[in-house]
Design a protein around this ligand. Sequence first.
Ligand code: ADP
Length: 478
Amino acid sequence: MYFSSIRLRLTLWLSLTLAVILTASGFFWLTYLEKTLFTHADERSRLIAEDILSFHNYYHTATQIQPSCANLRDFIQSHTWGAYVQILDDRGEISCTSANLGTNRLPLDKAALLHASRGEPHYASIEQEEGRALRVLTYPILEQGRIFEIVQIGEPLAEIEETVDHFREVMLMWSPLVILGISLAGWFLAGRTLAPIASMNRSMHQITVENLGERLPVSDSDDELNQLAGTFNNMLARLSDSVGRIKHFTADASHELRTPLAILKGETEVALRWAKGPEELRATLVSNLEEIDRMGHIIEDLLSLAKSEAGELYLKITEFSLSDLLQDLYLIGNHIAEAKTIAVQLHLNVEGEIRIRADQLQIHRMLLNLVTNAIKYTPAGGRVSLSLAVKNDLAFVAIADSGYGIAAQHLPHIFERFYRIDEARNREAGGAGLGLAIVKSIAVVHGGDVSVTSEPGVGSTFTVRLPLSGPPPRTKKA
Ligand code: ADP
């Protein structure tokens, strides 16, 4: 059994707790029983003493003389239920005893006498010979503040002791049996409760990266084990998703790097075999350098994406003018667009200069990606516009073009890595499908976002939203 230790521990804890509870409660009930029986016995003795006193008074009132010992014995015989009675006179001499005392006498010690002299009843437990115990009540009867008589009632404690002993024996005999029985039941229940964990454990052992699609069985009930299985299944789903994306990404990345490598290799081989002179070799080297640059860019982009996903993209936050940055981008855009005769415009829909707390280089890189894309995917003679608006501590930078546009089915995917819409056109344009993924990661790491609206044949608008006060503390690093 896999979980024998937990099972054993649970059972041991249960047995131990039960043993402590049974011992404590047994002790309590035993003491309580003993105390109650004693109280009852004392109460009975007091009632007997009071009965004798009443009889005394009644007899005296009726006959004007004190009752004789014979009168008292008759009364005692029919009223005292087996208790021993001894009556002493004002000198402490025994004047009468119940018949059941025979030649025995009830002891009268100093403590009892002292209490009696104060008019207080006194109880004492007395050990007799042969280990038999007696509970003796010494009850004074006063007349004008002086002791007139002392009534002593003796109750044998054998019955009480027997009852308590019997109770103790029953406790001692049954408690271990109860503990054993409940421990066995606990052992059985713990086994049943832990069984699903064992089966879960077996299923978990069989799950590897290869079969992340497998799930643990979950039943209808909403108990803790099912919740655990549910949580584990959710974790598997997330892992499977991440592993899938990593696999996809690795495949795309290697494919992307293989193409320029193949071109490099091919061109180099051709040059080595067929080049006629240094001029041709030089031309090959120049072309090779372009491919190397291309690979370098792809690797750099991949690295920066990987860093930002791992939370290691350290932002160098400073306060700078977003208006100036857009001015710069406008000039760069104009420069790039010149060759394609595309008109670039800048609309600053804000009053005064807008300053922002962000990583200036990253923001520049992000917006430049959008501007170059806009120019890249707009045919000659088109239009590209940069605009800035501010609302509630948020800056909205929009880059709109009158280019090819993007069909609706592609829109949800264009921010994914290596996602390209038109392979042929893109290869010619030189993109690897990483630009928009980088734009999104930079916007997100700054606590902002990027969105797009587009209509094929009309144009596209990319809008970046950035908090002017900088990224939230969690993403603000270094
Ligand atoms: P690439 O390096 O291929 O440009 P991006 O990630 O920057 O990669 O863009 C992904 C795809 O989105 C591009 O292949 C392109 O088809 C499309 N795209 C990006 N920007 C625009 C735009 N302004 N107009 C039309 N299509 C665009």
